[in-house]
Design a protein. Structure first.
Length: 597
């Protein structure tokens, strides 16, 4: 914000009208403040030398806010004041003019030096850090003030305004006056022009009443009752500075300085005790200490707040970086998990292959029996002689019966082998060989596809009956899975299980009024399939979703259920649970892990 204000004023200064208008206005301001300082200075001199010179503070503040383009206003403002008072007290015009030019030039050089130092070495805003405050206090506030005081006193001594015996006193008063003008007025003007004011909108508005009351009480005790309680101004100023930082610090110092200078110059208060030198000297020392303390405290608070904001910003960046790296690590972990799942699926395929091999052995045995019977039949197929023993006819019939049984068994197991091989190819091998990338998808379209498949599509349930479908799908139910074909197949198998439960109950209730209902719910990472069908018996419930790896299934339907279980558990690191009450309901819950979410 201070940098934006400085850039705004610098942009305005590029216009000729604004620049000259500001310089003319600054001439009037410098001249007026010099007259105010004259009231507090050494009386009886052509040029009053004061222990508080506001014009110096205004000059430096103008340079800091508007830039070096305001130097004509500073120079001619001082020149008008100096020339006026020197000419009134002099007898010629040339001597006062030269003296006024030198004194005004010294004031301008001092302001330019202090302004260049602060603009060069301070941060934008000039009072944001402790380093800025020390630059303001030492080079700009103390070192720079040697310029105007030395040039001014030397010129006045040469001109004959100041006698030799008063040189040291006049120089020290000149020096302290410029320094106090800088310390009191420059921070006030710079801060209140460049920094936004929020005191009236502060949440500490109630404390402002207490602050003002404390200032009035301490001021009355010090400057009216003449009690030595001036140090109580320090904790009050620190309180104000802590609450309102730079704005509070500069405003409190200005209020204390204005009150104390007026009372002390009128002969009231603690600082009137020493009358050997200017009575404002003691007050000047106190105000310098107060300025240093409050500005340093405000800078420390500002640095703390800036460090907190930087730390907060870095924390945000760190959280973003951690999130990015976590996603990358999660991707690596997911790839490793995918490879693990592929290895697990290979093991599952091996188990299925052993199961298929066992079934093929049965088929092979049945085939051998059939072939043996066919050989016997071949031997017995010659024409039977007349009056042949009836035992041969009986054996013939037995062989034909065995052949027919074997052929029927071969046909059944042929269907089993075909079903097993097709399921292996479509549901296990194909997803594994496809891309292993992870997709972020909503679970709801998968459920819709599965429902459409079991009701209208290729996986339509063979039994034709009407049922009520209730869908409660969470729009935010999003998951990340490997190619979702295997998950769809698993959900379709479980839907078939629920439909079979409904069909069994329809067969049992017959004429009783019964409305088959299937409810699908998705919440977060949970999918629930619930029906009001026949359900399963408690003993069957324990082994309903048994893993294929634990024991091969005994039937094709059992194979489908174990396949659905293993796909969800081993491929997706999920979880499948079944709850049922015989004759009332069957509920299947699928939980997909957050690893892929």
């Amino acid at each position: 914000m201070p940098m934006q204000a400085i850039q705004y004023f610098e942009k305005k200064m590029r216009g000729d009208f604004f620049r000259w208008y500001l310089n003319i206005f600054l001439v009037f301001i410098i001249f007026s403040n010099a007259e105010v300082g004259r009231l507090l200075g050494m009386q009886g001199q052509p040029l009053a030398i004061s222990a508080v010179w506001p014009a110096t503070g205004f000059s430096l503040a103008a340079l800091l806010i508007f830039g070096t383009s305001v130097w004509p206003g500073i120079f001619f403002g001082n020149l008008c004041y100096n020339l006026l008072h020197l000419f009134v007290s002099g007898t010629t015009f040339f001597g006062p003019l030269v003296t006024a030019l030198f004194v005004s030039a010294g004031s301008l050089l001092q302001a330019l030096f202090a302004g260049s130092v602060m603009r060069r070495f301070s941060s934008p805003g000039y009072f944001n850090t402790v380093r800025d405050v020390f630059i303001f206090l030492v080079p700009a506030g103390i070192v720079a003030c040697f310029i105007a005081s030395s040039v001014g006193i030397t010129t006045l001594y040469v001109y004959g305004v100041i006698p030799t015996k008063l040189i040291a006193y006049a120089w020290s008063t000149f020096f302290i006056g410029d320094m106090m003008g800088v310390f009191i007025f420059t921070p006030l003007l710079v801060v209140w022009c460049l920094y936004p004011s929020y005191i009236l909108y502060s949440p500490y508005r109630k404390e402002i009443v207490g602050m003002v009351f404390a200032m009035v009480v301490v001021g009355y005790l010090c400057f009216v009752a003449n009690l030595p309680l001036v140090l109580f101004f320090i904790p009050i100023s620190l309180w104000i500075t802590y609450r309102f930082q730079l704005r509070g610090a500069t405003l409190s110092v200005f209020a204390i300085a204005l009150t104390s200078i007026i009372y002390t110059s009128e002969g009231y208060g603690t600082f009137v005790v020493n009358t050997i030198f200017n009575p404002l000297f003691g007050l000047v020392v106190f105000l310098e200490i107060l300025v240093a303390i409050t500005l340093i405290l405000a800078a420390v608070i500002n640095e703390r707040d800036s460090a907190f904001r930087i730390l907060e910003g870095q924390n945000i960046d760190l959280r973003r970086a951690v999130e990015i790296y976590s996603n990358q690590i999660g991707g690596v972990y997911a790839e490793r998990a995918i490879r693990k799942k592929i290895a697990t699926l290979c093991t599952l395929v091996a188990h299925i292959a052993r199961y298929a091999h066992a079934q093929l052995k049965i088929i092979n045995h049945a085939t051998l029996v059939g072939l043996e019977s066919l050989k016997k039949l071949s031997k017995l197929s010659r024409p039977l002689p007349v009056h042949e023993d009836s035992d041969l006819e009986i054996e013939y019939k037995n062989c034909m019966t065995a052949i027919n049984a074997s052929l029927e068994s071969i046909s059944q197991y042929e269907d089993k082998v075909y079903t097993i091989s097709s399921r292996i190819h479509e549901q296990l091998i194909q997803p594994t060989l496809s891309t292993t990338g992870i997709e972020r998808i909503s679970i709801n379209p998968i459920l819709e596809t599965c429902l459409n498949s079991v009701t209208n599509g290729s996986d339509k349930y063979p039994a034709h009956f009407a049922f009520t479908l209730i869908k409660e799908l969470d729009p935010g139910a999003t998951i990340q899975v490997i190619k979702p074909e295997a998950l769809k197949r698993a959900i379709i198998i479980l839907l078939h299980l629920s439909l079979r439960s409904l069909e069994e109950k329809i067969a049992v209730v017959k004429d009783v009024v019964y409305t088959p209902t299937l409810q699908i719910t998705s919440v977060d990472y949970l999918v629930t399939i619930r029906d009001n069908g026949m359900g399963v018996e408690p003993l069957t419930l324990k082994s309903l979703l048994k893993s294929f790896m634990q024991a091969p299934p005994e039937s094709i339907s059992d194979f489908d259920i174990t396949l659905a279980h293993d796909l969800i558990v081993y491929l997706y690191d999920g979880y499948v649970s079944v709850d049922s009450k015989l004759g009332e309901y069957l509920q299947i819950t699928i939980k997909l892990p957050k690893l892929f979410s």
